[in-house]
Design a protein around this ligand. Structure first.
Ligand code: UGY
Ligand code: MN
Length: 248
């Protein structure tokens, strides 16, 4: 089906919506039986890269020079790092510090959200350690005073981390209480349900499988529609001075 050239995908200067019908797979160096749908990266102005890795059973990610965060959307992978083997099932995730030699090998056909960012060190703060966990093990808290909008912070609340990754779950009808405009950029994967995302001056219907990039200060608001909760995984740069990456 060619849909006569129609798609919900949209590329704008301060935001990007990518829907599954426009995904194109590519192979990144070192990948074996695995391909990447690259959603965001420096080529479009982002200071991080995010891709969905699609593994065949036994497939493997390549290495990275950056910090890496992986979240298992579907399937299961083995993470080999620091002489240990960790099984990551659905909603399992890991933070891998810059320079940590590791392997991510799929136990079966799997889809994994991968976020990579060059680390911005702080004087007198130790860089973060390896972290392996599962979203199910993290407790949630309401955003503001709305119990129908629950947030889970997957990384510890420590200055050493220069980015955050959270999940957000909206009960049907729940919405952000304000239009946010902030210095941080976002990479977002819709995991379940859907609704309406305001990005800049446009309102987009969005659903599970969509990816959104929001640049710094991009006006943003979301309201959940439908009969099931809407859930997304969201990245933001965090804990660093706005001039931190402008040092000559
Ligand atoms: O963390 C955030 O900035 C989040 N509330 N943004 C969003 O959901 N678009
Ligand atoms: Mn935000």
């Amino acid at each position: 089906m060619h849909n006569l050239g129609q798609t919900r995908s949209s590329q704008q200067p301060n935001h990007l919506l990518l829907t599954a019908d426009t995904f194109v797979s590519t192979r990144l160096p070192g990948m074996k039986a695995c391909s990447a749908i690259v959603h965001a990266g420096p080529a479009m102005g982002a200071k991080f890269t995010q891709y969905t890795a699609e593994f065949e059973a036994g497939g493997e990610l390549g290495s990275t020079a950056a910090q890496r965060f992986v979240f298992v959307i579907e399937g299961a992978v083995a993470l080999e790092v620091e002489g240990q083997r960790n099984e990551l099932g659905r909603r399992g995730y890991a933070y891998l510090p810059e320079g940590s030699r590791h392997r991510v090998v799929a136990a079966k056909t799997s889809r994994v959200a991968v976020i990579e960012k060059l680390y911005q060190a702080l004087d007198s703060v130790h860089s973060p350690r390896l972290l392996v966990s599962n979203e199910d093990a993290v407790s949630s808290h309401p955003l503001g005073d709305d119990p129908d909008l629950q947030v889970k912070c997957l990384l510890p609340d420590e200055m050493s981390f220069d980015f955050a990754v959270n999940t957000m779950v909206y009960q049907p009808g729940a919405a952000l209480s304000m239009v946010e405009m902030h210095v941080m950029e976002h990479g977002l994967i819709m995991l379940e349900g859907g609704g309406i995302y305001r990005l800049g001056d446009s309102w987009y219907p969005v659903t599970a499988g969509d990816f959104i990039w929001m640049g710094p200060w991009c006006p943003q608001w979301f309201g959940a529609l439908g009969k099931v909760p809407a859930k997304y995984l969201i990245y933001k740069d965090w804990n660093r001075h706005p001039l931190a990456d402008r040092r000559p």
